[in-house]
Design a protein around this ligand. Structure first.
Ligand code: AMP
Length: 522
């Protein structure tokens, strides 16, 4: 057997060609005519770098390991490759799917399926979508009717496979999207099971996309793929090219007033605000709404259907401000996001890149503003190491501090404030832990029982539903159920805010000068 370590170490990693080298058109790529028409309908004029580098390889039938994040056009890259292959051969009589696309989160799976529908509009290809949390029967019946391409999250796909709803024997095209995220979310066992369920690697084409082609990802690639060609679009390209970054050293209690001040100054069209914790996200959204903004909050706590509604409202411009935990940082394709705020410096340096990559999509210009407070300052060096640059510091001038008119946040136990739909149309629902960004534990739960509302989720499920009833009729005070699964990390010890405010001012003076010296104000 070949030592995969050795291959990983010696394999050259070709970068994407320079932009000038890749000025080809979609028609140069010899895509089937129905796909070319769909690409034109979608307004794509020229292939993005990952498409220009990856598609020619895919069209020769090679396996591909692509280093690319959302925003680079990777979805169209693997969908066009997959569809071209499927259009060349007839569909099996029994209607089994021929392509399987696996994504780590429901949002991403939904987005991929939606892109696939658009690209397949002039073909007879049928798309099936499988993800946990909703509609087991509906999704199953669609699969039974016969589809060509199945897009789904690992747990639900395996569930369907094990229940003989999904037949995987005819798969000739396999895509693993956001492979690094699959490792982070603990899905890798499920992925391995899926790889074992589909035909062997020499009888299928495999594609893997990941923000980083780290050693774990590459080991997986070499184990289950057929000498994949590596293509990469580096994070630096994404971060540095089109995103203007700013860093504000600020005490924790001044973050809200600063956010209000910056919103007033920047007048952004469409904004994402990232927070590290659900608690902060909820309160922040409420405060924004009580300061005259139309904001909504989204995290893994919000039931799936409601999350989809919120994303829809954001996409349609009914909401111009979305506060989110990292659930929204990948896979949500909303164009024209002009500003990303990191209300908290993320714990994971990679998340910084994923968050700010939500703006400046497909070549647009965007702005990323990061608040560095006493609680999360410890994360900043890791972020700067990862992106290989100092984020330019901006002084927090007094004029930037805007009074927060909201008052005290009336947190309601067992209810998540989402800000959308607005008052009067409100159907705030109780947290149902185990959403997409609850994937680390959510992904590991018993899928069938948790996914299917009809199947009682053992004890925990019964207790939860009884509490809901109690809380709803107002007779019994509700209590937050004790969190199941691994113990929570103890809360960080907070440094004294006043001391931090002084230290922050000193730090921004030190770094601000450097930022200007480097001409980073652009
Ligand atoms: P993705 O990297 O797949 O998340 O795609 C990012 C965004 O770029 C999506 O909104 C796509 O519709 C868009 N896109 C993909 N390919 C192209 C292209 N060749 N030209 C313009 N936009 C594109």
């Amino acid at each position: 057997m070949v030592d995969t370590h050795e291959i990983v170490a010696t394999q050259p990693r070709p970068k994407c060609p320079d932009k000038d080298e890749i000025r080809l058109n979609f028609s140069d790529l010899k895509l089937p005519e129905p796909l070319l028409r769909a690409v034109a309908d979608m307004g794509f004029e020229t292939p993005t770098p990952i498409q220009a580098a990856g598609l020619p390889k895919l069209l020769t039938g090679a396996d591909l390991a692509g280093q690319a994040q959302t925003g680079t056009g990777k979805t169209a890259c693997f969908l066009l490759g997959t569809m071209t292959r499927l259009l060349e051969v007839p569909r099996p009589e029994d209607g089994s799917p021929r392509a399987l696309i696996v994504a780590p989160t429901r949002e991403l799976a939904i987005q991929i399926a939606s892109d696939a529908e658009q690209l397949a509009v002039h073909t007879a290809l049928e798309i099936g979508l499988c993800y946990g949390g909703v509609d087991w029967d509906k999704q199953a019946s669609r699969l039974r009717d016969g589809v060509d391409i199945v897009v789904g999250t690992p747990g639900r796909l395996l569930d369907f496979y094990r229940n003989r709803v999904l037949r995987l024997g005819s798969i000739e095209s396999f895509v693993l999207d956001e492979a690094d995220r699959m490792f982070d979310m603990g899905f890798i066992k499920d992925i391995t099971s899926l790889f074992r369920a589909i035909p062997p690697k020499h009888r299928r084409q495999s594609m893997l996309f990941s923000a980083t082609l780290n050693e774990s990802v590459m080991r997986l690639a070499y184990r289950f793929m057929n000498e994949p060609v590596e293509v990469s679009v580096t994070p630096d390209e994404i971060v540095l090219d089109h995103i203007e970054q700013e860093l504000y050293h600020v005490a924790s209690h001044e973050k809200m007033p600063l956010l209000l001040g910056l919103m007033k100054r920047e007048q952004p069209q469409r904004t994402l605000v990232f927070v590290n914790t659900k608690r902060v996200g909820e309160e922040l959204t409420w405060r924004l709404n009580h300061n005259g903004y139309q904001a909504a909050y989204m995290s893994g706590d919000i039931p799936q259907k409601k999350r989809q509604k919120i994303i829809g409202a954001f996409r349609e411009g009914k909401i111009d401000l979305l506060v989110a935990t990292d659930v929204a940082s990948r896979g949500i394709h909303v164009d024209d996001i002009t500003h990303v705020f990191n209300y908290d410096v993320p714990d994971d340096a990679e998340d910084y890149v994923h968050r700010i990559g939500r703006t400046a999509r497909a070549g647009a210009h965007g702005k990323a503003l990061t608040f560095c407070c006493e609680d999360y300052a410890v994360n900043l060096p890791g972020v700067e190491r990862y992106i290989d640059m100092k984020v330019p510091t901006v002084f927090v001038e007094d004029v930037l501090i805007e009074h927060d008119r909201a008052g005290r946040f009336p947190r309601q136990r067992g209810r998540v404030y989402t800000g959308w739909p607005p008052e009067g149309d409100r159907d705030d629902e109780r947290a149902d832990a185990g959403g997409a960004d609850g994937g680390r534990d959510g992904g590991r739960r018993k899928r069938r029982s948790d996914d299917k509302p009809a199947a009682a989720a053992a004890d925990g499920g019964r207790k939860r539903s009884r509490r809901r009833k109690d809380g709803a009729d107002g007779r019994t005070p509700t209590r937050r159920p004790r969190a199941a699964g691994p113990r929570q990390r103890p809360a960080r010890r907070r440094r004294r805010p006043r001391a931090w405010a002084a230290a922050a001012r000193q730090e921004q003076r030190r770094r601000g000068a450097r930022g200007r010296d480097l001409g980073l104000e652009r």
